[in-house]
Design a protein around this ligand. Structure first.
Ligand code: SOE
Length: 377
């Protein structure tokens, strides 16, 4: 008889792009990883009954609901997954924590540092398990990069060079959406894409940002929404910033949705005193590594394919070299979160990590608006 495991019942709020990615992770996690819980996709919560029902049927939840309050009041729900647009991360999370639920939340944690801190404080006060879906940390090659840096293989970090380039807002005919409305998303490419770069920098290097200076641009100042109504775009299309770190290193960061030809070009390069590392989501299973040791005449960047069983997560999937993709990074995130619910190992990114990202986002947005260097508090 197989050992019976306890159930972990999840209610997912929101069912668009991220809901699809998260629910796929919920379906795959037990099939590929040995977990202390059987994940049960209990409820998907939405705002519209027909759409929530369609998501239930397609994603495989047992029930659909448009009543968040009633869902939070249910005793049989263990974890609330927040997969909604940014302005609802804080209210949904705070309500879930008040109801005694564990929470996984999409990035960025909140619209601003104040909101993010209130979420982190309540989670601590309630002693509940919380985490964030910064999924790129858990690409095997990115996780390996963190190990390489922590081992000291490239020495003390001197430079962080990071870009996140997309092109879907290049064209003025692309409609307005919640992603171009500051009251819903907080900021544009900055909060959406620089949030990933900032989190990845924290994860890979352990460094903290001290000061930032920034420029931003909104190239297309109004767009029509789905019904043809003209909407002002009050967020950045692009925001670039310079940073100083607590160890004396310097960094450059650029996020844009107006870089024709760049689809999801999320690239980070670290230069240390002994070597360098480059990772790019568009070649997500490879890591470029350079080190000054070894014979000088064959020295150069080496491309490591991070898909052997010696690499993080890879051995749980397919035989060596049988590559994985974007969706697997969400599976890894969920797996580590679920493991952390039983074990002693804390899960990161935590809400404190989300606050740290938000502080850099807020400081660099302020730097762009005031055209001054701003200290990261
Ligand atoms: C859209 O720009 C988006 O889907 C982001 O919201 C994600 O966080 C990023 O991973 C890819 O691009």
């Amino acid at each position: 008889m197989p050992k019976r495991r306890s159930k972990l019942r999840i209610a997912m709020v929101g069912h668009a792009f991220m809901g699809r990615a998260h629910s796929n992770a919920m379906r795959q996690a037990n099939r590929f990883f040995d977990l202390p819980f059987d994940i049960e996709m209990a409820v998907v919560v939405g705002r519209d009954a027909d759409r929530a029902e369609a998501a239930r049927a397609q994603f495989g939840f047992a029930e659909a609901s448009i009543d968040l309050e009633a869902t939070l009041a249910r005793e049989d729900i263990d974890l609330i997954d927040v997969a909604t647009p940014n302005d609802t991360h804080a209210p949904i999370t705070l309500a879930a924590l008040k109801a005694g639920k564990n929470v996984m939340c999409e990035k960025p944690l909140a619209l601003n540092t104040r909101e993010a801190k209130s979420m982190a404080a309540l989670a601590k006060k309630k002693g509940l398990k919380v985490g964030m879906w910064h999924n790129y940390r858990r690409c095997p090659a990115a996780t390996l990069a963190q190990k390489i840096v922590a081992r000291g293989d490239i020495g003390k970090i001197r430079h962080v060079r990071a870009v996140y380039l997309q092109d879907w807002l290049s064209d003025a005919s692309t409609p307005a959406s919640w992603r171009t409305d500051a009251s819903v998303c907080g900021s544009g490419a900055h909060g959406d894409l620089n949030a990933h770069l900032i989190d990845m920098t924290h994860f890979l290097t352990g460094l903290r940002f001290t000061d930032v200076s920034a420029i931003e641009a909104t190239f297309i100042k109004s767009r029509k929404d789905g019904s043809g109504k003209k909407r002002t775009v009050d967020v950045d299309d692009a925001l670039a910033f310079l940073a100083r770190f607590d160890n004396g290193a310097i960094g450059t960061f650029e996020a844009t949705r107006s870089a024709p030809g760049r689809k999801n070009y999320n690239k980070i390069e670290l230069s240390g005193e002994k070597g360098s590392i480059v990772w790019n989501l568009e070649r997500m299973n490879e890591l470029a590594v350079f080190r000054f040791d070894g014979p000088a005449d064959t020295r150069g960047f080496q491309t490591v394919m991070c898909m052997d069983d010696v690499h993080p997560y890879a051995g749980q999937w397919w035989p060596d070299g049988h590559i994985i993709g974007y969706e697997h990074t969400f599976v890894h995130t969920l797996v580590d979160f679920v493991l952390s619910m039983r074990g002693k190992k804390p899960f990161s990114p935590s809400f404190d990590d989300g606050v740290a990202v938000q502080q850099v986002l807020d400081a660099s947005l302020k730097a762009a608006k005031t055209r001054r260097w701003v200290k990261v508090s």
